[in-house]
Design a protein around this ligand. Structure first.
Ligand code: GMT
Length: 379
């Protein structure tokens, strides 16, 4: 198949999923065309079967807001026509779904270009609920040739909050279990870059937006650091970083908290950790926790959105109420003091990732879904 993929190419779970999906599809012999405003950050540009098309946005002093959506719809239709794409797959409904709908209409006189919309979370639960976006987002979802969501939670939320009548297929997020894997013998050396052998390593990975509650990460860690030698790796960047740095400083733990910034090779960092912290206000899935699980690293998380579909409390991680930093810290301390429980949970986490979320399991679901969409479009 020839598949056009559009996503937010910078740091963020939906862009990661879209990019990894493109890489996996290309590895299975499909031709994949990314149509985005910059090259997705997990692409090297050297992958066979993958093409990148930048969306140029012309600006003019009259425009307070450059019309990116129009430029994107135009580029989608051009790429689809020139490269004879079979379908478009857009990740994150706003504005990508609307742009794909426009592109389909632009080409309609010559051919029918079906498009699939994958819902990721805040496109439904936050941004999409704003009245300025809700009606047009609902329209584009209803008009899509196929719609998938990354968890049952998100499907139910979409049906309920948007009054969507069309079917939505749940295809969960996935992880490449060969790439995201424990480091084995190399772990001690990798770990030595960040911590002494007697220190525990905790890790948080996100875009540091308010929804991730990174101040709770610092609160939880400061309680852990009072009980045992430990270090916290903060991977990512975003609006709440300076507030988190300030909090770490004021608690006197700045020498134990390492802000590593945005990292491309998170699969080399995650397995260094003993525990992952994800105290988010909301997660429709929680991709970072899945990536950690595949590396045998369990997560202390919040019981929100789709997280309980991913993490089984007490088996593959621990779940708590949003903001209950005391309980999260107590659970982390208990696990970190008991090597065998921690190892058992890490093993169960890896097994769950392998059994349910490996790319080799999920990518064929996307392929089958594309085939169904194409078959319907041909009728
Ligand atoms: O979290 C966001 O700001 C939006 C979005 C993104 O692009 O990173 O994240 C969502 O999509 C991820 C990938 O499917 C999910 O793992 C995240 O749980 C989801 N975030 C939320 O629902 C808050």
């Amino acid at each position: 198949m020839k598949i056009g993929i559009t996503c937010y190419p910078t740091y963020g779970g939906s862009g990661v999923v879209a990019t990894e999906l493109g890489i996996e599809l290309a590895a299975r012999g499909h031709q994949v065309h990314f149509i985005t405003y910059s090259q997705p950050f997990r692409l090297t540009g050297r992958e066979e079967g993958i093409f990148y098309h930048e969306v140029p946005v012309f600006n003019y002093p009259l425009f307070e807001y450059p019309p990116y959506d129009l430029a994107l719809a135009t580029r989608m239709s051009e790429v689809a026509e020139y490269y004879e794409l079979d379908l478009l797959h857009v990740h994150y409904a706003i504005p990508h779904s609307v742009c794909a709908l426009l592109a389909r209409q632009m080409l309609e006189k010559r051919r029918y270009l079906p498009f699939v919309t994958t819902l990721h979370g805040t496109d439904i639960t936050l941004v999409g609920l704003d009245r300025s976006y809700l009606p047009i987002t609902r329209f584009a979802i209803e008009e899509s040739d196929g719609v998938t969501s990354i968890s049952n939670y998100l499907r139910e939320k979409t049906v309920h909050d948007f009054g969507i009548l069309r079917p939505i297929e749940v295809i969960p997020n996935f992880v490449n279990c060969d790439e995201y894997t424990p480091l084995g013998e190399k772990r001690a050396a990798a770990r030595a870059r960040y911590a002494d052998p007697d220190e525990k390593v905790l890790l948080h990975l996100s875009n540091f937006r308010p929804v991730k509650r990174i101040l709770d990460v610092i609160e939880v860690f400061s309680r852990i650091a009072q009980e045992m030698p430990a270090r916290l790796l903060m991977v990512g960047d975003g609006p709440d970083r300076s507030a988190a740095e300030y909090l770490a400083n004021s608690k006197g733990i700045q020498n134990r908290v390492h802000f590593l910034g945005k990292q491309d090779r998170v699969h080399e960092l995650l397995p260094v950790a003993d525990l992952m912290l994800m105290p988010s206000e909301l997660e429709s899935f929680g991709l970072a926790a899945l990536e950690a699980m595949a590396c045998k690293v369990p997560t202390i998380a919040t019981r929100v959105g789709g997280v309980s579909e991913l993490i089984e409390d007490g088996v593959t991680g621990r779940l708590f109420a949003v903001g209950d930093v005391a309980a999260m810290a107590a659970a982390a301390i208990e696990l970190l003091m008991d090597d065998s429980s921690l190892a058992r949970m890490g093993d169960a986490a890896r097994r769950a990732a392998q059994d349910r979320y490996c790319a080799s399991r999920i990518i064929p679901d996307y392929e089958r879904y594309y085939e169904r969409v194409l078959a319907r479009a041909e009728v």
